[in-house]
Design a protein around this ligand. Structure first.
Ligand SMILES: [Zn+2]
Length: 162
């Protein structure tokens, strides 16, 4: 419910506030209490009036529920929601862990792949050098073969056609 208070019941000052049925109470410090939400209680999400100095060193012990006490069923429903939320959160943490593990594995595989590629390139260049040597050797042998054939022919010519 949205209500606008021009003048509070104390008639002292003008306040505008939402979801307020009664005038905002003042805490022991004499300051109007802001509405806060309680989570660690039987009815998580139930709102209350607390000291305006909450969270600072200047705070008093003032406490007053803003929301009425909900039916007990509400507590069960909220608790179940919070448990489900906790489940989702831990599942999310688990997924993040798995993702990190997969990323690490991928990085490791990438590293192995880089190493393998370097080895392969070295092997290919060694093989190319070996092939070049073999080709050179084959060419030399062929030249020698031709030379020997020519020499033998010359010898035969010299022996038989004198
Ligand atoms: Zn106070």
């Amino acid at each position: 419910m949205r209500t606008h208070y021009g003048i509070s019941r104390e008639g002292s000052s003008s306040i505008s506030s939402s979801s307020v049925d009664a005038p905002t109470p003042r805490c022991h410090c004499g300051v109007r209490s802001p509405i806060r939400t309680a989570w660690k209680c039987d009815y998580p999400g139930r709102r209350f009036y607390g000291c305006s100095g909450y969270g600072t060193s200047r705070k008093c012990s003032f406490f007053q529920w803003y929301d009425p006490e909900p039916p007990p069923r509400y507590s069960d429903v909220i608790r179940r929601f919070l448990e489900a939320n906790e489940g989702i959160r831990s599942e999310n943490t688990e997924l993040k862990k798995t993702r990190q593990e997969l990323l690490d594995e991928l990085r490791s595989l990438q590293h192995t792949l880089d190493e393998t590629r370097a080895d392969l390139e070295a092997a290919i260049s060694a093989s190319t050098a070996m092939e070049d040597n073999m080709l050179a050797s084959v060419a030399t042998t062929r030249r020698r073969g031709v030379l020997i054939t020519v020499l033998i022919s010359v010898i035969i010519l010299l022996v038989f056609y004198r």
